[in-house]
Write a new protein. Sequence first.
Length: 128
Amino acid sequence: MSADTNRYESAVARYFEAWNAGDPETLAKAVATAWTPDGRYTDPLADVSGHDGIAAVIAGAHEQFPGFFFRLTGAVDGHHDVARFGWELVNTADGSAPVAGFDVITLDGDGRILGVHGFLDRVPAGAA
């Protein structure tokens, strides 16, 4: 594994730490660690920038899907400060994953996220 590959995997690990944070304080710290201060998050349902906006989107996902967590599916692929990876939202009670997607992130020189472009591949009826 090259240092570059590890850089992308580390950034994605911090990304999932933020998405799986359990309380507002942990979430705020995880978002600040993963994203630059003016970082952006965009998917079909959201377009926000800054730590507060990103934390609000994540908190909203947890309100809509209580008892779920995000997990990586497959490998992280990256080059030239851009990485892509798949994910799914998993129910801790029964292991089902009703939501899945694919994200593309852009990193700064320190490995923090400048921007996320999220795509939803699987969404339950009425959730989007």
